[in-house]
Design a protein around this ligand. Structure first.
Ligand SMILES: [Zn+2]
Length: 593
């Protein structure tokens, strides 16, 4: 059998046999009937229920949600491998619409939960069965303070389609219309950005960099106007809801206190010189350039050729890193290989991304990725298996409580990558190979931690400035260059061509202030990994408990077990030092050798 045939694809029949399965129609009808019954029983009555009955209603709600999620999951999965199949796409669309309608029909339940009085909540937290759901209830209620009258909420939802969402759509369509021509060949924005980063020819990277800037220039006025409008729209809604700072609503929806994000923000900025400035100076020397330009930021260092992995070896390598850390973790990861829960075979019509879909707690997750045998693919396998194992462990909590808080959502995946990265380093057969793996990891961490914080910095300045008046495009450009220069350091000489590179960052338009979550998640795992490396007592079992908890506890309680406290600046320093130590290691390789 040739190598490609040994790469697995998944077996979705644990969900359904096909998108046309009779079973789906039967289950849809069941859901429909159950929702009618559920509405009759509980709509407008939740506040009158005894706590025992309220508990039963939550169980019934969870059951219906689980049935809905099961079909949603199947549609997601089957679509992701059949993007070119019209029949799958039509049927999937039809099913999603039906499921959306069902979901809307039971939404009253969480709205009424929101109306429970504070004294009822205190009582709930004292009663054995129902108190299990307290974290879920608290999460639903976290926005309560900022909710407007029902009519106003309805108006805001309806106006969204002609307001914010239209502007986002205009952004998406504007960005999708950008193409660049290099050497008489036409490239999409994504492809051009990729080649600007990954080409080993500097001249070519530069060409892409300049052509992109040129194209952004043509749309700059429009994109500046869209950004101004979206930022103002947010300011109006924030003011009505009573959010004080520009990023308050994001913190509330992330369930994080503002002081903690501030602590992350200042710590990372403090580390700019020790991490990004230092690393890019090293990179500048290694590449032999006088100064780096923005198209050199991700330029390949080419210490060594990428290793070519067979699926079987990748699987064994990742599994053994997991087993070495924890036999229990290894065993769960192994289930994914034994049971056809992974789809790694690249093929036409399959999505290019990677994910681990948790489906529903009663079943098991499915992993999708595309395995081409590169080092990167081995890391992706480790990442997704980390998610997968987490989802299996958290499934004991049931549907409503299995979802991990956003800030911890990447814990198991990044931790899994760390385990595999450490074994990769140990297994290197040459110094150059080691340098390659180290520099890749450092750059990835800089992109996640340092760069995202510089984005957050940019957004804060834009949103605060917008509270005074509209910004013209040169003000936006100036703030962009300022925040980027600060984070990249003096190894770079950034000319006016870089001024408009904020134009394509979709987070600024789609989900303001989301960017810091990446830095938060990665830094948190780095701190946790440092604790592990320092031989913390019972680390393994405590770590497994953290994964098992899913969304049943908040992140503060979960990390306290490791003596970690995110409000303390030391916590962030610990994580940032992990990146700094990797740079030390890279610098010292030649000295040691
Ligand atoms: Zn992930």
């Amino acid at each position: 059998m040739n190598e490609i045939k040994k790469i697995p694809s998944w077996d979705l029949s644990d969900l359904y046999d096909s998108i046309k399965s009779e079973k789906i129609s039967i289950e849809l009808e069941e859901i429909d009937n159950e929702i009618i019954f559920f509405n009759k029983k509980y709509k407008d009555k939740l506040l009158l229920l005894s706590l025992d009955k309220l508990y039963i209603s939550i169980l019934e709600y969870e059951k219906i949600k689980e049935k809905i999620e099961k079909i949603y999951s199947f549609v997601d999965l089957i679509t992701s491998e059949n993007l070119l199949d019209i029949e799958v796409s039509n049927k999937g669309h039809y099913l999603r619409e039906k499921l959306d309608k069902y979901s809307a029909n039971i939404m009253f339940f969480t709205l009424e939960i929101n109306k429970l009085t504070s004294s009822t909540i205190i009582e709930i937290s004292k009663i054995e069965n129902i108190s299990r759901y307290i974290e879920w209830i608290n999460n639903i209620r976290s926005m309560k303070k900022f909710q407007l009258k029902e009519d106003l909420e309805k108006l805001l939802i309806e106006k969204k389609s002609t307001g914010k969402n239209s502007w986002i759509r205009l952004f998406d369509e504007t960005i999708a219309s950008i193409f660049v021509t290099v050497d008489s060949e036409k490239y999409s924005l994504d492809r051009a950005l990729d080649l600007m980063s990954s080409s080993s020819k500097r001249e070519l990277r530069k060409q892409f960099g300049l052509s992109l800037s040129n194209e952004f220039n043509k749309k700059e006025d429009l994109l500046a106007f869209i950004l101004n409008t979206i930022v103002k729209d947010k300011e109006i809604e924030d003011r009505w809801r009573g959010f004080t700072n520009v990023d308050s609503s994001r913190h509330i929806s992330n369930f994080i206190e503002p002081e903690i994000v501030d602590s992350l923000f200042t710590s990372v900025k403090e580390f700019y010189p020790r991490i990004s400035h230092r690393y890019y100076n090293l990179k500048r020397e290694l590449l032999g350039f006088e100064k780096l330009n923005f198209w050199d930021r991700n330029a390949p260092l080419n210490f060594a050729e990428d290793t070519k992995w067979k699926w079987k070896d990748a699987k064994e390598f990742v599994l053994s890193a997991f087993f070495d850390f924890s036999p229990k973790l290894g065993e769960i990861a192994n289930l994914f290989f034994q049971n056809e829960w992974i789809d790694a075979l690249p093929r036409k019509g399959k999505t290019s991304g990677a994910f681990s879909h948790q489906t529903i707690p009663k079943l098991h997750p499915y992993i999708l990725m595309n395995f081409y045998g590169r080092n990167n693919d081995v890391m992706t396998l480790a990442h997704e298996l980390g998610h997968g194992v987490h989802q299996v462990l958290a499934s004991e909590q049931g549907l409503l409580l299995s979802d991990t808080p956003l800030i911890l959502a990447e814990t198991a995946s990044v931790f899994g990558e760390q385990l595999v990265f450490q074994s990769l380093l140990k297994s290197c057969s040459s110094i150059n190979e080691k340098k390659q793996i180290l520099s890749n990891k450092i750059e990835e961490m800089i992109n996640t931690v340092i760069r995202q914080i510089s984005f957050y910095d940019f957004e804060k300045r834009i949103h605060n400035r917008r509270r005074e008046s509209e910004l013209n495009k040169s003000e936006i450009n100036e703030l962009w260059l300022k925040t980027q220069k600060e984070s990249l350091g003096d190894a770079f000489e950034l000319g006016p061509e870089y001024r408009n590179y904020w134009c394509y960052v979709s987070h600024f338009f789609h989900s303001p202030f989301y960017v810091y979550s990446y830095a938060f998640g990665d830094s948190l795992v780095n701190s946790l990994f440092k604790v592990y490396q320092n031989n913390f007592e019972d680390f393994e079992s405590k770590y497994l408990d953290l994964l098992k908890a899913g969304g049943s506890k908040n992140y503060k309680d979960l990390i306290r077990v490791f003596n970690l406290d995110a409000s303390n600046q030391d916590f962030w320093y610990k994580g940032l030092e992990v990146i700094e130590n990797l740079i030390d290691e890279l610098v010292n390789i030649d000295v040691e050798a």
